[in-house]
Design a binder for this molecule. Structure first.
Ligand code: SAM
Ligand code: GLN
Length: 286
């Protein structure tokens, strides 16, 4: 291997990703190389002429090959930023998405009206723990129960809560939807699977072939989980409590219909994401 400095490796990697049609080729190259060299993006540019050893080059090439096959950057680096916190991620959990921060924002808004009393929150399908850990890191007065059907995911959630110093505020339960849960909550929040069978086939390779199917797939319409969260959720909400859900593109009308027909909710509203898609559904238990 010929001696290569940071700049050359960065340019080569970005070009290579671009040729494969990756939309964020430069950023992917920067994140991978900076993580590999144990620095950050500005650290890369400060040492742009630093030579990589043969061993470093060989190891980094292994990462580049994984990315070329479509593996998400976050699974290769093993981490993802969400809510300005760092989360460990692996192939057992969905990589937290930026639009899910809107769900956290809406939960925090309602919590801010609840004053200083303790707020009981239930999260269904916590995955990496992004939502629960973000909420717990912002609020002192919360007790959160975070559940997932995947035992492997719950292990990741627990580590993320510990690393971010909020494990004391979160209990972790393994099981299907509400099965492991008892009691009543001020807030139920969930980013459930919402990809329909038909949509699944059209997902980008990095999602379809690498992220856990049980984190994505939700029956023929993609709203199966929302139906269950709405129907069963009202038994687990205190009167005046709130249900917050992330929803898939084009699901607003179906979810709105479910919430209105249920008759146990009022104050039904939606929030759009950065792409103008109705992404967050919320409603109050009457
Ligand atoms: N909350 C995380 C986030 O927003 O990044 C992960 C959301 S991911 C779309 C959905 C999660 O729900 C996955 O972690 C999956 O394992 C979990 N899940 C799927 N089916 C479930 C069920 N029946 N009961 C509880 N959790 C479930
Ligand atoms: N937002 C994810 C995607 O675009 C889907 C996550 C989900 O099903 N909740 O692939």
């Amino acid at each position: 291997m010929s001696p290569s400095n940071v700049l050359k490796v960065l340019n080569r990697t970005a070009l290579n990703f671009k040729k494969r049609g990756f939309s964020s080729s430069r950023l992917d190259a920067e994140v991978l190389l900076s993580t590999y060299l144990n620095t950050d993006c500005s650290g890369l540019y400060v040492n742009i002429e630093r030579l990589l050893t043969d061993e470093e080059l060989k190891g980094f090439l292994g990462w580049v090959e994984r990315r070329q096959k479509g593996e998400p950057v976050a699974y290769i680096t093993g981490r993802k930023e969400f809510w300005s916190l760092t989360f460990e991620v692996n192939s057992k959990v969905l990589v937290p998405r930026p639009e899910t921060e809107l769900l956290v924002e809406e939960v925090l808004k309602v919590c801010s009206y609840m004053g200083d009393r303790n707020i009981d929150i239930l999260e269904i399908g916590t995955g990496s723990g992004a939502i629960s850990v973000a909420i717990a890191s912002d609020l002192k007065n919360v007790s959160i129960i975070a559940t997932d059907i995947s035992e492997e995911a719950i292990k990741v959630t627990r580590r993320n809560a510990e690393k971010n110093g909020v494990a004391g505020k979160i209990s972790f339960l393994h099981g299907n939807l509400f099965e492991p849960v008892s009691g009543k909550f001020d807030i139920i929040v969930s980013n459930p699977p919402y990809i329909s069978e038909e949509e699944f086939e059209r997902l980008p390779v990095e999602v379809r072939d690498f992220e856990p199917k049980e984190a994505l797939l939700a029956g023929p319409e993609g709203t199966e989980f929302h139906y269950n969260l709405i129907r069963k959720g009202s038994c687990y909400l205190k009167y005046g409590g709130w249900l917050f859900m992330e929803i898939g593109a084009g699901h607003k009308d179906m979810v709105e219909d479910m919430l209105r027909k249920d008759k146990t909710y009022d104050s039904v509203s939606f929030r759009i994401d950065y792409a103008g898609i109705e992404r967050i559904a919320m409603a109050r238990r009457k």
